[in-house]
Design a protein around this ligand. Structure first.
Ligand SMILES: *Cc1c(COP(=O)(O)O)cnc(C)c1O
Length: 342
């Protein structure tokens, strides 16, 4: 199977498996897992922040990120197709007691001007806006990347008004690769950022929430409240250390493969795609003009050894990662072309 559903399907590398087997461990709820302590310290260093806390999933890291930056009864601004809005089970309402006020964009990239127009004033009539949430890269808009200066301006303006900024950086290393800048430069001004170790970076599980020491201490308590205080997690942290330090260098190959898919897909009659928007490892295209149905196309592709899913209506999404080679991508495109043309 050539599995282009998501970069979450990557399996741990041989080096990760060896490191996991040999990991030194302790009870992490007591703060005594040496491998986890190393991973969290290393993440803080790489991101240029004071502290980090590991979570079993990216959704939990986002949950903590929203929770530590808000109080019940406040509003959070995010893009209309943000992961926190579409795929996290109304977590902002359920756990944080906050409403999401969303902003529609063509490319997933918010600007301060768009955000400012949606701010709710603190006063007798409205729940105040206290947090801005950004997603970089933006998943549902095809892995689009924020210019560093756009994030900087949003943070400066937000902080001037007492608002916090949380960055959903599940794929922040893809953004850093596309821009050729260190992740620390992208996140310099945000209050909290999460990063996923188990997508393109290949760890079997785990994300990190990163921020200042006081915020991360509070996040650690909230993690326990969610049932996320785990014990000998050094086994997973050992893979996470390799994900963090060695795997980002491989992402540019995924980006080149995504570009290849975008160019091939653009040649299929009836397929709509903006090739220039494909900057990282996610390719979203629309098959409306082929007259075919995304669910049926997915099923036929799978029968022929390729997994690409629909992401609503006639849109489909292919995600590249290190478990698919360039040759796999070429083959997948040939099969896709055949399925869509017949
Ligand atoms: C995958 C993802 C997450 C976290 O997802 P989990 O499956 O909970 O690890 C968060 N944000 C974005 C943008 C994602 O793509």
């Amino acid at each position: 199977m050539i599995d282009l559903r998501s970069d979450t399907v990557t399996k741990p590398t041989e080096a990760m498996r060896r490191a996991m087997a040999n990991a030194e461990v302790g009870d992490d709820v007591y703060g005594e897992d040496p491998t986890m302590n190393r991973l969290e310290a290393r993440a803080a260093e790489v991101f240029g922040k004071e502290a980090a806390v590991w979570t079993p999933t990216g959704s939990m890291a986002n949950t903590l990120g929203l929770k530590v930056n808000t109080n019940h009864g406040e509003e959070i601004i995010c893009e209309a197709r943000a992961h926190i809005q579409d795929w996290e089970f109304s977590m902002a309402g359920w756990f944080c007691g906050c409403l999401l006020r969303t902003i529609e964009t063509d490319d997933g990239i918010l600007t301060w001007d768009k955000i400012e127009a949606k701010l709710r004033p603190d006063g007798p009539h409205c729940a105040p806006t206290t947090l801005v949430e950004l997603e970089n890269t933006h998943n549902m808009h095809g892995g689009t990347v924020y210019p560093v200066s756009t994030i900087g301006r949003i943070c400066d303006e937000a902080h001037d008004r007492g608002l916090k900024v949380h960055l959903d950086g599940a794929r922040i290393f893809n953004a850093a690769t596309a821009l050729d800048v260190p992740v620390a430069e992208i996140v310099e001004k945000v209050d909290t950022v999460n990063v996923c170790l188990s997508k393109g970076l290949g760890a079997p599980a785990g994300s990190l929430l990163i921020g200042n020491a006081n915020t991360i201490t509070r996040a650690r308590k909230m993690r326990k409240r969610l049932g996320g205080g785990m014990r000998q997690v050094g086994i997973l942290a050992a893979a996470g250390l390799i994900a963090l330090d060695e795997m980002p260098a491989l992402l540019s190959a995924d980006h080149a493969n995504a570009r290849l898919i975008a160019e091939r897909v653009a040649e299929i009659p009836g397929v709509s795609i903006d090739v220039d928007k494909v900057m990282t490892n996610i390719v979203i295209f629309d098959i409306a003009r082929t007259g075919k149905d995304a669910t049926a196309v997915s099923a036929e592709l799978k029968r022929r050894g390729v997994i690409i899913n629909g992401v609503g209506g006639t849109r489909m999404r292919a995600v590249t990662h290190y478990d698919v080679s360039r040759a796999d991508c070429e083959e997948a495109c040939a099969i896709l072309s055949d399925v869509l043309s017949n």
